[in-house]
Design a protein around this ligand. Structure first.
Ligand code: EPS
Length: 403
């Protein structure tokens, strides 16, 4: 069973994560983790904070000579902005006269946070509810991603829309119709979208989105959007229909909704198929070159909570950033007067970053289900178990149904 926890405040010294349960002998280089951390920092529309930070992970334990030891891995990501917050954030210091934040931003965790935790300063809620924490998630999940690569599982993402601007041709349709380019894999999507400043696959759309972000910025406003995360090379049989909490899709939805500002998750053609006939919603099963295959992948790679072997396709919706430079109505908790919300430094759009975080979280779920199924204390043992399963899968089916 793999697990990880993160710790750290947005403007504290840094973020820590402890990752436990990966087998030994998995190769992992520091640059690999840093590469994905850097990808999370990209995207047009981010605020000034991203100019201050250069996220890198310091490996504190669990890895020796670039290989996992099977022991807990701990990583530390420094906050460069900490230098500017020492007075306000030093843990061991007595409470001093720092400005208390009393004006909650609608849509952020400000109001619910102070209500629940009985705080007299919204800063206490802001610090941990900030999406800064997702840097630690990406660092942790890069171990999962590296693990999956050993089995040919590859994950990528692209942004489908920001502020309602969609591409003329949606690549998702190709995914659903299983009309994919030769040698397609999940990562090939990211190789392309990493080159776009807003993670889209269409140049025209990119220009329109940038114009829209510029106009939002000018108006002191923010935008959200939708994105796809895709995993290829996933073997058939991860997850089960046995219980509500053993289904692969249930776990994916759960972990995606845990990403800051994500308000909707869809697998395959989810919402669209709710309006269509069954005859055009499912994936017909046919025989091709002696094998049983599906004609399409509207199910998004999961049927009955179990992976089908086709690409896993997850779409998610991120709401617009809650911090507005032209703020909306709120109440000052210290005066109980109706005023406009507080302005503070923030991003205008973070959908591209959100897609990279979703890649990471999908890697985590898949690694968890892979290890549940194949186990192993060393990566070699996990591979032996995996190979024995995948090599025999067709043979077993033929034997079972032979008349
Ligand atoms: C965030 C507000 C901004 C973002 C931050 C998330 O930070 P700050 O308040 O320091 O300007 O830049 O995201 C990150 C720091 C990051 O690394 O992604 C928020 O309120 O959620």
């Amino acid at each position: 069973m793999i697990r990880f926890i993160t710790a750290g405040e947005s403007h504290g010294k840094g973020l820590t994560t402890i990752i436990d349960g990966f087998p030994s002998n998995l190769k992992i280089e520091n640059e690999y983790i840093n590469f994905h951390l850097k990808r999370r920092q990209m995207g047009y529309g981010r605020g000034l904070r991203m100019k201050i930070e250069t996220d890198t992970a310091e490996i504190l334990s669990g890895i020796r000579f670039q290989k996992t030891l099977g022991t807990p891995i701990s990583l530390f990501v420094k906050n460069y902005d900490w230098e500017n917050w020492i007075d306000k954030m030093t843990p061991g210091k007595q409470e001093t006269e720092v400005e208390k934040i009393t004006v909650p931003r609608p849509g952020h965790a400000d109001l619910v946070g102070v209500t629940k935790y009985n705080f007299n300063d919204i800063r206490n809620s802001i610090e941990r509810s900030s999406a800064r924490e997702t840097a630690a998630r990406v660092a942790a999940c890069s171990i999962a991603r590296r693990f999956l690569e050993e089995f040919g599982i590859s994950i990528g993402s692209f942004v489908e829309n920001i502020g309602g601007i969609f591409p003329k041709e949606n690549f998702a349709d190709k995914l659903f119709n299983d009309k994919l380019p030769k040698n397609f894999n999940g990562w090939s999507l990211s190789e392309k979208s990493d080159k776009s400043s807003v993670r889209v696959l269409d140049k025209d759309q990119e220009e329109k989105i940038i114009r829209k972000i510029k106009s939002a910025k000018k108006n002191g406003d923010t935008l959200g959007g939708t994105f796809y995360t895709v995993a290829t090379g996933v073997p058939v049989g991860l997850g089960s229909f046995i219980n509500y909490d053993t289904k692969l899709d249930a776990e994916i939805a759960h972990i995606m909704m845990g990403i800051n500002a994500v308000k909707g998750v869809e697998i395959g053609t989810g919402f669209k198929s709710a309006d269509a006939f069954g005859s055009v919603s499912h994936d017909e099963i046919v025989k091709k070159n002696g094998l049983i295959v599906r004609k399409s992948n509207r199910a998004g790679g999961i049927e009955g909570g179990i992976s089908t072997g086709l690409p896993i396709i997850v779409r998610a919706a991120m709401k617009p950033i809650a911090t507005l430079m032209s703020p909306i109505d709120t109440v000052d908790l210290s005066t109980m007067k109706q005023i406009k919300a507080r302005r503070e430094r923030s991003d205008f759009v973070a959908v591209p970053a959100c897609a990279v975080i979703a890649e990471s979280m999908l890697a985590w779920v898949l690694a968890k289900f892979m290890l549940q199924k194949f186990g192993g204390d060393s990566i070699e043992e996990t591979k032996d178990n995996y190979n024995s399963y995948t090599e025999n899968i067709n043979k077993r089916m033929l034997k079972n149904f032979k008349k």
